[in-house]
Design a protein around this ligand. Structure first.
Ligand code: NAD
Ligand code: TDX
Length: 351
């Protein structure tokens, strides 16, 4: 069928890759990108698709119900791919209310509007909520998160995402709204805002600034190349079953310190620097409050039921990512001026 899809947060990191994939792969779909353009949203991320006839950008806030209603009236959406969120754990520690507002109230605003517009004809509609593995809490050395793992969020960010997931399921059970949730592990790749570990360290290596590693760098994350994530979303959107949850992960666990060492090694080679030069920048700093120890996803359900698996090996994905940042220094400069400097000073310089 032909869809008219609302993508929220399409100017952000994952949202821009998702928008690009849907706009180019499905020329018969109409894609409307609703984004507030917070510090994390950037229309430069979508320069290559902005003039496509099936793409439209609308600036707005998902918590503004009158605005969201008007958009549903105008476009008669058949699907929602909901990416918009406050997404950075460290910011959630300093400003939890902003996370409740966008991640909880914003999600319920969209659910409520979709329900009101779709309730006469639910057939052919889908509300797809993009969520995170952080809702499951923190693992010890063993085990994986499955779709059955109990929720145990431990940061204001993950608590707000867990809350939004609960509302999505509540709308399915109460109003039969067709919903799907996917919970993904840590993404990396082009257009990643340099407040997150990998792009922050790429930027700092380039500028020969300290690489701030929280605690001892022993925390483990399961990394997935962002293009593999959005390919999984595509498969789930088209083949997944309403009411279901799918975990998405790379089966690719790394300690933070090991990732940064690999990054230093690859960047020294690419920049023609002496072997070991960038590693000297590694600086252990005060740990993140409530820092989750380990995340690891079991993505068996997605592989067995829908046939998705990651396509890129991590070292290759990291190399592609570094090359993108080296070829797009202007993008990096644009996003690291102004407010970014204030954020950086508060987060790191005064620690
Ligand atoms: P991001 O911070 O890069 O982008 C978020 C986008 O949402 C930005 O464009 C921002 O302008 C927009 N936005 C924020 N508040 C808004 C509002 N009130 N109204 C409209 N737009 C608003 O985030 P990301 O890393 O791309 O994450 C996207 C989604 O994927 C989030 O829901 C996040 O929880 C989830 N997720 C992220 C990761 C990851 O590793 N980055 C992993 C799993 C899940
Ligand atoms: O300066 C840093 N130093 C450091 O050691 C930063 C920014 C992070 N870290 C550590 C904290 C984590 O253990 O690196 C790891 C990764 O940190 P982030 O890049 O901030 O990601 P994380 O907190 O794991 O959350 C990410 O993955 C899940 C995304 O930001 C979330 O949106 C997503 O849901």
């Amino acid at each position: 069928m032909n869809h008219t899809i609302l993508i929220t947060g399409g100017a952000g990191f994952i949202g821009s890759h998702l928008t690009r994939l849907f706009v180019t792969k499905y020329p018969d779909y109409k894609i409307v990108n609703l984004d507030k353009l917070t510090y994390a949203g950037n229309l430069e991320n979508l320069k290559d698709v902005e003039n496509k006839p099936n793409y439209k950008f609308v600036k707005g806030d998902i918590t503004d119900i009158e605005f969201v209603k008007k958009l549903f009236e105008e476009y008669k959406f058949t699907g929602v791919l909901h990416c918009a969120a406050e997404s950075h754990v460290d910011r959630s520690i300093s400003d939890p209310l902003a996370f409740v507002k966008t991640n909880v109230l914003g999600t319920v605003t969209l659910l409520q509007t979709a329900k009101d517009f779709w309730e006469d004809e639910l057939q052919g509609k889908l509300f797809y909520h993009i969520s995170t593995d952080e809702v499951y809490g923190s693992l010890g050395e063993e085990g994986f998160f499955t779709e059955e793992t109990s929720y145990d969020p431990r940061s204001p960010y993950s608590a707000s995402k867990a809350s939004s997931d609960h509302f999505v399921r509540a709308f399915y059970h109460t109003y039969k709204l067709p919903v799907i949730i996917s919970n993904c592990s840590n993404n990396y790749g082009p257009y990643h805002f340099p407040e997150k570990l990998i792009p922050l360290c790429i930027n700092n290596i380039l500028n020969q600034k300290p690489l701030p590693i929280y605690g001892k760098g022993e925390n483990v994350r399961d990394w997935l190349f962002v293009e593999d994530h959005v390919k999984a979303i595509d498969v789930i959107f088209h083949k997944g079953k309403a009411g279901e949850t799918y975990n998405i992960g790379g089966h690719n666990e790394w300690k933070n310190i090991d990732i940064i060492k690999e990054l230093c090694k690859q960047m020294d080679e690419k920049l023609g620097r002496e072997k070991g030069e960038s590693e000297k920048l590694i600086t252990f700093v005060k740990d993140r409050a409530g820092h989750d120890m380990r995340y690891a996803i079991d993505a068996t359900k997605l592989k067995e039921e829908l046939g998705w698996k990651p396509s890129l090996q991590f070292e290759e994905g990291l190399s592609k990512t570094i090359d993108w940042y080296l070829n797009n220094k202007e993008w990096l400069q644009h996003v690291t001026t102004g407010n970014y400097q204030n954020y950086y000073e508060t987060q790191y310089d005064k620690r």
